[in-house]
Design a protein around this ligand. Structure first.
Ligand code: UDP
Length: 328
């Protein structure tokens, strides 16, 4: 079976990818600097601690494990931080990914599966968004991801490598039975914040804007279960490893949930009402983001299997029962 190197494999999406790869019969190696990742999330293969900007360390890891492919999840991800510290984002997300691509080329490793994002599209011009939607990011974070889409496309063409750009919509949920879930510091995402409020770890949940042009005035997002995301990574890497064509694909459910609907779903699933209050719009938010996922369905044979209630049920179990034990 092939060995697949997962950068950021100790992080949120990366750890779930490792789980899914292992379940599909692959061997995994985790490469992570533990800047945001958690060593407790490395459970399905050997751990190599290192930074993606460190080419010598990467080359050593490639020589030792001889991966057949790379899934590149390591990145700085907080949009607000990217506005404050763009230099750090360009250094880590762009220079780091270029270093990784260089080491892949030197080692003769072709398949590159890349954690990209709907943030590469910027302001939505039409909904749902398909892959031909213009890409015009509104944050440095989005630009770092778009730059690596462009660079890996050109590098793949020049050196006979291949790529899968997976543009995530809102990753959410967890795999509580497997001991992995969402844990960011600081946390800025709606679902963990709302659930932490229920657990008394936050004072109250703020609804950012209730005057948007959506069905109830609150922002609408396409929440996709992290295990559905992970399943798409397995399909993408297998496609590239068997010589399939490169691709760029949206990963979303194809349906939107507003913040107010999200709070109602949380009440439905947990039986508890989240104390929430209206707050001003958050800078940089788009009113609505929804994927057209037809291309991923067709090209990867992928179907997102879990709805918003399943996402919340897993996230709730994670935050309520598992996370406190793991991180006490
Ligand atoms: N949101 C909110 N209150 C919060 C955090 C988020 O109302 O405390 C809203 C946010 O404005 C957005 C949606 O929830 O419309 C999802 O936000 P999140 O940060 O989870 O993901 P994003 O869409 O920004 O990537």
């Amino acid at each position: 079976m092939a060995t697949i190197l997962v950068t950021g494999g100790a992080g949120y999406v990366g750890s779930h990818c490792c789980l899914a790869l292992k379940r599909a019969g692959h061997d995994v190696v985790v490469y992570d600097n533990l800047f945001n990742g958690h060593e407790r999330f490395v459970k399905w293969g050997p751990f190599e601690r290192g930074d993606i900007r460190d080419k010598a360390r990467l080359a050593e890891v490639f020589a030792r494990h001889k991966p057949a492919a790379v899934i590149h999840c390591a990145a700085l991800i907080e949009v607000g931080e990217s506005v404050k510290f763009p230099d750090r984002f360009y250094d880590n997300n762009v220079a780091g990914a270029l270093a990784l691509l260089d080491v892949m080329r030197e080692a003769g490793v072709g398949p590159f599966v890349f954690s990209s994002t709907c943030a590469t599209y910027g302001e939505p011009l039409r909904l749902p968004m398909d892959e031909t939607h213009p890409q015009n990011p509104v944050s440095p974070y989005g630009w770092t991801k778009l730059m690596i889409e462009r660079a890996s496309r050109d590098i793949a063409a020049a050196y006979g490598m291949s790529f899968a750009h997976l543009r995530y919509f809102n990753a959410a949920g967890a795999a509580p039975e497997e001991g992995v879930g969402e844990r960011h510091e600081p946390e800025t995402h709606a679902i963990p914040l709302a659930l932490m409020t229920l657990l008394g770890r936050r004072d109250g949940f703020k609804i950012f804007g209730q005057d948007w042009d959506t069905r109830d005035g609150s922002c609408l997002r396409d929440y996709i279960h992290v295990l559905d995301l992970a399943d798409a990574h397995v399909r993408a890497v297998e496609r590239l490893m068997s010589g399939g064509e490169s691709l760029a694909a949206n990963l979303g459910v194809g349906d939107g949930v507003t913040v107010i609907e999200l709070l109602a779903a949380i009440e439905r699933v947990t039986g508890k009402r989240v104390p929430a209050s209206p707050a001003p719009r958050r800078a940089g938010d788009a009113p609505a983001l929804v994927a057209n996922n037809a291309y991923a369905r067709r090209e990867l044979g992928w179907t997102p299997a879990r709805d918003i209630d399943a996402i919340i049920a897993d996230a709730w179990k994670w935050h309520c029962e598992v996370e406190p034990k793991l991180f006490s």
